[in-house]
Each structure stands twice: as C-alpha cells, then as structure tokens.
Design a protein around this ligand. Structure first.
Ligand code: HEC
Length: 461
C-alpha cells in the first residue's frame, strides 16, 4: 500500500466504489454592591438579556441561530430566546453548544467559538434567574448580517442553473453541474460560501475551479445536472471520478465559509467554469436542490495564493473489521515545497471517531497540530490562530480512528466490515488542509519537488 503522498485536493471525493468570546463586574459595581440594599444587590449581579446575554449570542450563536440558518430556532430577540433559557444553560454547560470538536490540549484556532467559563456562568445565572430582560438600552448594536450569508454581501452569486431532483429513498450517485463563471479577467476570491437550497439533503458539496485550458469533463453538458453513469462516453465517465482541478471550497453540514486572511486568496483564472459536485442523501422526503456559491473578491491583489491539499486514504483495499472499536488508519506525505499551513478539514463518515494531523520531526518526534473528536454531523474546519510556516520536506501525518462497534450509536451496521467508498455507510479518510504559497505559484509547479541531494528530480506523484 502506498500512502506516501500528498495530493492536490482535487482528487477528493471521486465517484466509484473504491475512491475515495467575559462579563467583567466592574470595581464600581462591586463598590456599589457593598454600599447598597439587598434589592439593589440582586439587580447588580443578575445577568440580563440585553446587557449580558445578547452580546454572547451575537458573537457565538447567531451565525447559526438566526432565520434561514442551520439551527432549529433563532436566538436573536428576547422573545425568541427567553423560552430557551433552560435549554441554553444545559447545552452550554455540557459544552454541546456552540459545537466545537478540537481537543483543547492541541493547538489554538481562530474560528474556535467556545465560551469562556465566565460566559457559561453568565448564561447559567440568567437561566437560574428566570431569564430577565433588563433594559433594551443596554443592548449592543445588532450585528450586520448580509441577507442569507455569513460572509459579507457577495460580489457574485453563482447558482446551479437547473434544480436537481432528489428521490425519496436510496443512494444518489454524485451529481455534477458545470457552470460558466463568465469572468472576463482573472479573479482572486477572498471569501466564499456554499448555500444549498435543500440543506437536509446535501451531504457534501465540492466546488471545483475548471480553468479554460482544462480538458476535465470538457465534452460534458453545461448547466444541467449529470452523473458519471449518465455519460455516454467511457472516458468521460472515468474522468468524472478524478480531476486535477483546484477546489474553490468544500461544504458539509455545519462547516463554516472560507474567509482567507488579508493578502491571501484563491485564484480563479478568467473564463473558468465552476464544477459543482453534489452528494445528496435521501431521507424519506423527495426534494429538489439548487445550490449556490457566494463569492467575495479580494480588494487588493494578494501576496499569497491558497491551495487546498489533502492527506488521503481513499483507496484502501482492507475493510474496517466488524465490531472493532478503535481501528487506526494512517497516511503521511512530505511537503514538496515551502508553504504556510492555514487550516484543516477532516472528513470521515459514520464510523469516524478521531482525526489527528501531526508533524513528524526529523528525530521522529510527533507534534500534534490538531486532534478532533470527530462527529459526522458536525464537519467543521479548524483554522490555526497562528499560520505555520513549513519547509519543503516537512513530513506530515494524518491519523484516523474508526469505531465500527455497537458502542458507536451512529453505526448503521456493527455486524459487518466496512468497505471504503463514497456512500455514508462506507468509509472515507480525507485530511484536507489549506496552505498559502507565493501568489504566482502554479499548482503543478508546487508539486515538483526541489532538487534533492542526489540531484534527482522527484515528482509528488
Ligand atoms: C455552527 C452552528 C451553531 C452554533 C454556532 C450554535 N448552534 Fe446551537 N444548534 C445548532 C444546531 C444545528 C442545532 C440542532 C441540532 C442539535 O441539537 O445538535 C442546535 C441546537 C441548540 C439547542 C437545542 C435546541 C433544542 O431543540 O433542544 C440549544 C439550546 C442551542 N443550540 C443553543 C446554542 C447557543 C446558546 C449557542 C451559542 C453559545 C449555539 N447554540 C451555537 C447550531 C449551532
């Protein structure tokens, strides 16, 4: 078995069975307390919605808990929130909300929404006090949410032109739709967000960038949905499964949009197409979906270009044995050129238990960059608080653990071995990671290794 590879992420998710924010009690308040009557004491210490709770909700909850987003109820107004006070106390004190799965022992991440112990105490004390409203004049200004988006108002929205019908039951083969961008000049994308129209049915979406000189699926139809098996041509059918195209972004339920730091962006050459690769799952209700991607361009040409790469084992011939609780799979590869490591996005299916990204140092010491206690229902990205400059030749390792036993309450079939494959009852192991390289770096040149000591030129593949 050959795992010694880092792939451009474009090889991800191919078709086919083998593929793959502290409430500070001011000293003033404390002094007032000492001097005041018992009734005034209560008023000074009990958190109120407008003054104490709402700022926390705005910063840590409303990205999901507002109209049209993924959470079941909005937590925006007092009326909407008060009935949820006890549930909020329960979910925040057990750290189920906000969702975050990185082991705090490793790394720190700029997108970590976790509450501080003081914030948890504030929400709990508010619930204990029967959710007092307080004075609306204490409310912070309402955050500005672009209508329907978590990124700022998109410059361009690219929508799949035709709706895809999703049946009531059964597996749905990966569905593609190729959409011309119509960009007459090269574009740098600072932010992007995928917006499914039927969220319940979208297991993942990958949006690829197909430059005009790419032959990938060139003779496949434009602007209409198709699957690999619906293509007449055998060569086209195989092509659907494997591409060298770069990804604009990947979406899974709960995942956050891409927002690259200033000076970094994804590159979309003039006249590129976007290729939507949709994995729909059925749930007993027929539906149609018409996914869009919102794009915000960089205001200045960036200094660095972002590539999404992957450490993946999407082709293992050995199934995960039945009943095994801690099945370990490891992949590693060396970085072909210098790059700045930005973020991670681990992907597994229902048996996924834990996922780690490590650097193996020359003395074989293992440095863990991220450990995720994986949840299939919360596929999040994890962005390093401090991007990390890595030298060419750095050995990276991804390790995944699977629970194929009965103890895994999401396990659809603990009695059977699990094959590797696309559908959720199969397993996958893909460790996506994003790196930044100088803006003028061509993707394929990045994968050509520098001359090694023997003078041999080695290709990443
Ligand atoms: C990344 C999106 C996201 C964020 C951020 C988030 N939630 Fe949620 N929340 C959800 C989703 C989706 C559900 C429903 C599924 C579930 O319970 O796991 C949920 C469920 C809940 C529930 C339970 C609702 C019920 O039906 O019992 C509560 C209470 C809750 N969230 C409170 C919060 C609070 C308070 C915060 C911020 C401190 C927060 N959430 C942050 C997505 C989010």
């Amino acid at each position: 078995m050959d795992f010694g590879k880092i792939f451009p992420a474009s090889r991800f998710l191919r078709n086919g069975s083998q593929s793959l924010l502290v409430i500070l009690l001011s000293a003033m308040a404390a002094l007032l307390l000492l001097a005041s009557t018992p009734a005034a004491k209560t008023a000074a210490t009990t958190p109120t919605f407008y003054r104490d709770v709402l700022p926390i909700l705005q910063q840590h909850c409303q990205m999901c808990h507002r109209q049209g987003e993924i959470a079941p109820m909005p937590l925006v107004s007092y009326e909407q929130t008060r009935h949820w006070a006890d549930a909020i106390r329960e979910k925040v004190s057990t750290k189920k909300m906000p969702p975050w799965f990185a082991d705090p022992a490793y790394g720190s991440f700029s997108d970590d929404p976790s509450l501080t112990p003081q914030q948890i105490a504030t929400l709990s004390a508010w619930a204990d006090a029967h959710a007092p409203a307080g004075d609306p004049h204490d409310a912070p200004p309402a955050p500005h949410w672009a209508q329907g988006w978590n990124i700022s108002q998109p410059d361009v929205i690219v929508q799949m032109p035709k709706r895809v019908s999703i049946p009531v039951h059964g597996d749905v083969e990966y569905t593609y739709e190729i959409v011309p961008t119509g960009f007459s000049e090269d574009k740098w994308v600072q932010m992007s967000e995928v917006k499914p129209s039927s969220r319940e049915h979208v297991h993942h979406a990958v949006v690829y960038i197909r430059p005009p000189d790419s032959e990938w699926l060139r003779s496949a139809p434009l602007g209409v949905p198709f699957t690999a098996s619906s293509l007449q041509d055998e060569k086209l059918r195989r092509e659907a499964h494997a591409t060298t195209s770069d990804m604009l972004l990947v979406y899974a339920p709960g995942s956050s949009p891409d927002r690259w730091p200033d000076g970094m962006a994804k590159f979309v050459p003039a006249h590129s197409d976007l290729v939507f690769q949709m994995h729909y799952t059925t749930n007993g209700h027929a539906a149609t979906d018409q996914t869009s991607v919102g794009i915000v361009f960089a205001r200045q040409p960036p200094k660095q270009r972002v590539f999404t790469l992957q450490l993946a084992n999407d082709h293992d011939v050995i199934p995960i044995p039945a009943g095994v609780e801690n099945y370990r799979v490891e992949v590693h590869g060396t970085l072909p050129n210098d790059a700045t490591l930005l973020s991670f996005f681990p992907h597994m299916h229902l048996r996924g238990k834990r996922f780690e990204y490590n650097i193996i140092h020359p003395d074989r010491g293992v440095e863990t960059l991220l450990r995720v206690n994986y949840s299939f229902y919360w596929q999040l990205s994890y962005r390093l608080a401090e991007p990390r400059v890595l030298k060419a030749g750095t050995e990276l390792q991804a390790v995944a653990w699977y629970d194929n036993s009965r103890n895994n309450r999401h396990n659809p079939d603990p009695a059977s071995p699990v094959e590797w494959g696309d559908q959720t009852y199969n397993e996958m192991m893909v460790g996506f990671f994003d790196v930044a390289v100088p803006a003028n770096t061509d993707k394929w040149h990045f994968f050509i290794r520098q001359q090694d000591h023997s003078g041999r030129q080695e290709d990443a593949h």
